[in-house]
Structures are given as structure tokens and as C-alpha cells.
Design a protein around this ligand. Structure first.
Ligand SMILES: Nc1ncnc2c1ncn2[C@@H]1O[C@H](COP(=O)(O)OP(=O)(O)OP(=O)(O)O)[C@@H](O)[C@H]1O
Ligand SMILES: O=P(O)(O)OC[C@H]1O[C@H](OP(=O)(O)OP(=O)(O)O)[C@H](O)[C@@H]1O
Ligand SMILES: [Mg+2]
Length: 294
């Protein structure tokens, strides 16, 4: 049975459960459940603290985990990102009171408060900056006002928390994060560096899990577009809707017309519909893709 780690709380938890549900997996009914078995899919889900997930996965006790890229890197655990999931997007940045620190070099001799000591210590060392790091569990924006540090390093999404605390960012983002699927490094690479075929027999199930999530990602980012156009306009129309491989073109009963069907990125759907209309396509429809296996 495949054993999968899912965040039990915080920003990652709801969207991760929603994505797994869309991928056809049973999810827990209430937030106190720490483990459930999905017998139909032969999967066991463990609901763990997001920060601990990379450590469990690296230990080899769990086959797959969903966590944040920043948490994976911060943990230093021997696990590897295999698929970005597009939610819980954030940046990780230094911030301080306006006018106190102009750039990265000014961090020398300062104290930086953060919940992500691994990322910060690594980043400071990489840039040869000698600064102290103090670990706080959360709400680090308040650390400056309360005199625990002169600088913070934290997750920034909208910037509201920084603004509310009267802080401004320093330098470029340390990293960009989002939810990711992780595997034990031992599974993604054999000693020779090529993917393993899964000596424990779980590899096909891991691949099936990844295909299901990829299917959800595609269903979320593409729509199906159908339209009719004159044969003379077909090349121009197909250039606008090339599809993932190639569009389906079927003859219509009215001679000289064809029906075209192709997947298009949902964000571009309205522009593509306008462009198709302009070259003479008609009956242009888009429909949501419910599920997909590429
Ligand atoms: N406001 C946010 N917007 C987007 N992603 C966020 C935000 N806050 C945290 N994250 C992401 O969520 C993950 C952190 O998960 P975690 O559950 O520890 O923190 P949290 O969502 O802040 O919840 P908690 O209330 O437990 O601190 C990280 O990958 C982080 O980048
Ligand atoms: O840029 P923003 O949109 O304001 O989002 C960033 C904030 O969200 C998270 O905090 P959370 O509310 O989870 O509290 P925490 O500090 O206790 O983790 C993060 O730690 C930042 O404080
Ligand atoms: Mg938080």
C-alpha cells in the first residue's frame, strides 16, 4: 500500500486535500483524523505537520509527501521535489524597518529572526555574511518591534503582514516557493543517477499517483475549445489552437466547413476566441476539463 504524507494544518492543508480529492482519492472527514486508509486506491494517508513531512519522506517510511518547497529546503532532508503543484505560492524574503538596512551586505553583524533557520543560515553563508540567526515559531514580523532582532526573514505573499508591521523588504527574494510533491532521494535516483524502477514494487503506484495529480493540474489550467471554420481558414485557426499534440479536425455536413477541437490554456481562452472569430470561425465554445490523463 502506498503511504503518502499530507499537510494537516496551515496554508497547504486545504488546497492539498482538495487536489487529492479531485484526483479521486478519499480524504479525511474531519481535521482531527491523523491517518486514513483509502482501500479503493490502496493508499494510506498520514496527516502530518507540513514542516515534518520532508523528514518522514526522507526516512523512507513514507513513499510520497506534499509540502512547501521552502519547508523542504529548510529541513535539509534527503528528499527531492518531483512535481510543483501551483498553490501556496510565496516568496521568502528579508525585511526590516525602513531606512535601517539598504542591501544584503548591511546584514553583517545584525540578528535575523526567522522560522526558517536552515534557509537563512544557508543563504547568509552563501553570500559570506556574518549575521546571527534567532529561531522563532511564527508571527516573526513582531520580533523587530519587540527588540529580538533587527531583521526578519519570512514568507511573503501579498505583503500585508509586512505592511501591517511597518516593515519593508530588503534585497531580492531568497527563494520562490509553492506546494510540491516530494519523494525520498533514494527513490528518485539510483546510485548511478538514473531513476529507479522500484525494487519495493511501489514504483508503478508512485507513477500513477503523479499522473493523477498532473491530470488535475492540466484540468485546472486548460479548457477544451470547439469551433467551426471554413477549410480555407483552417491553417490560420490551427495556428491559434495548436492543442497539446495536434487538434482534432472533423468534416461538417456543409461542404467547405470543418469542426476543430483542441485544448487551450484557460487564461488565454477569451483572447483566442476573439482571434478565431476575427478570422471567420463560428460556434466557438469552451468547456471545462473535469479530469485528464495526458
Ligand atoms: N500567506 C501565505 N501565502 C501562501 N503560502 C503561504 C503563506 N503562509 C505560508 N505559506 C506557505 O505554507 C507553508 C507553511 O506551512 P505552515 O502550515 O507551516 O504555515 P502556515 O500556512 O503559515 O500555517 P501556520 O498557521 O501553522 O503557521 C510554506 O510552504 C509557506 O511558503
Ligand atoms: O504576505 P502575506 O499575504 O501577509 O502572507 C505572509 C504571512 O503569512 C504567513 O503567516 P501566518 O498567518 O501563517 O502566521 P505565522 O507567521 O504564525 O506562520 C507568513 O508567515 C507571513 O507572516
Ligand atoms: Mg505560518
Amino acid at each position: 500500500m502506498l503511504r503518502i504524507a499530507v499537510p494537516n494544518k496551515g496554508s497547504l492543508s486545504g488546497p492539498a486535500a482538495e487536489m487529492l480529492h479531485e484526483a479521486g482519492y478519499q480524504q479525511r472527514r474531519e481535521s482531527k483524523e491523523l491517518r486514513i486508509v483509502d482501500p479503493v486506491n490502496d493508499v494510506e494517508f498520514f496527516y502530518l505537520r507540513p514542516r515534518d513531512i520532508a523528514i518522514y519522506v526522507a526516512s523512507g517510511q513514507l513513499d510520497i509527501g506534499i509540502t512547501g518547497r521552502d519547508l523542504l529546503i529548510d529541513s535539509g532532508a534527503d528528499a527531492e521535489e518531483i512535481l510543483p503543484l501551483g498553490f501556496a505560492r510565496s516568496t521568502f524574503r528579508y525585511a526590516t524597518k525602513p531606512g535601517t538596512v539598504a542591501d544584503l551586505a548591511d546584514l553583517t553583524g545584525k540578528t535575523v529572526a526567522t522560522s526558517y533557520e536552515g534557509i537563512v543560515a544557508g543563504h547568509l553563508a552563501e553570500h559570506g555574511i556574518d549575521a546571527s540567526v534567532v529561531h522563532l515559531d511564527g508571527a516573526v514580523e513582531t520580533a523587530i518591534q519587540l527588540g529580538v532582532a533587527q531583521v526578519i526573514a519570512d514568507v511573503v505573499e501579498t505583503g500585508t503582514s509586512l505592511r501591517n508591521a511597518g516593515l519593508e523588504v530588503v534585497g531580492e527574494p531568497i527563494m520562490q516557493s509553492e506546494a510540491v510533491v516530494i519523494l525520498p532521494r533514494a527513490r528518485t535516483h539510483s546510485p548511478g543517477g538514473t531513476p529507479t524502477t522500484g525494487a519495493d514494487g511501489e514504483e508503478p503506484k508512485v507513477q500513477q499517483f503523479l499522473r493523477r495529480l498532473q491530470g488535475v493540474l492540466v484540468a485546472r489550467t486548460y479548457v477544451m475549445m470547439d469551433y467551426d471554420c471554413r477549410v480555407e481558414q483552417l491553417e490560420k485557426a490551427v495556428a491559434l489552437t495548436p492543442g497539446l499534440e495536434s487538434p482534432t479536425v472533423s468534416p461538417l455536413h456543409n461542404e467547405g466547413w470543418v469542426a476543430v477541437r483542441a485544448m487551450v490554456p484557460s487564461k488565454e481562452a477569451q483572447r483566442i476566441m476573439d482571434d478565431l472569430y476575427d478570422i471567420g470561425a463560428r460556434a466557438i465554445l469552451t468547456t471545462a476539463i473535469h479530469a485528464c490523463r495526458l
